[in-house]
Ligand binder design. Structure first.
Ligand code: THU
Length: 131
């Protein structure tokens, strides 16, 4: 399967998800432009708004690992036919991606659809127009 390494990394991360409140484990995996893979899972909290998403965890690992540019990102939940990143994560992904960067949307078995971050967030916030 194409993207098998990314899918396996996201699946392994999803299996470590801390999601006792939603029972909705999510995994994400980034291939950085360096070629390194960074994975993450959602981490929930008893104070619900303090939890965060799998994509955010993966971005955190990428930054700690010394990379700054996403080549492609894959998102997976075993409980959804085609999970898509939430709005906040679309903005976070955009910070480290180009408009044509691929986002692979998965079900439990593999990639269902590949879109771009520009498709998902066509008018994200940027500081370029600052006066
Ligand atoms: N979640 C993610 O990890 N990524 C998404 O793109 C959507 C939602 C998590 C947050 C929360 O822990 C659970 O899924 C249910 O919303």
């Amino acid at each position: 399967m194409p993207h098998q390494d990314l899918f396996e990394a996201a699946k392994s991360a999803m299996n470590n998800s801390h999601s006792p409140y939603s029972s909705f484990p999510v995994g994400a995996a980034i291939r950085a432009t360096s070629g390194k893979i960074y994975a993450g899972c959602n981490i929930e909290n008893a104070s619900y708004p303090e939890g965060w998403c799998a994509e955010t965890s993966a971005i955190s690992h990428m930054i700690v690992g010394g990379d700054k540019e996403i080549s492609e990102i894959l998102v997976l939940s075993q409980k959804m036919e085609k999970i898509t990143p939430c709005g906040g994560c679309r903005q976070r992904i955009s910070e480290f991606a180009k408009a044509n960067t691929s986002v692979h949307l998965c079900d439990a078995d593999g990639v269902v659809e590949t879109v771009t971050i520009g498709n998902l967030l066509p008018a994200g916030f940027e500081l370029d127009g600052t006066k």
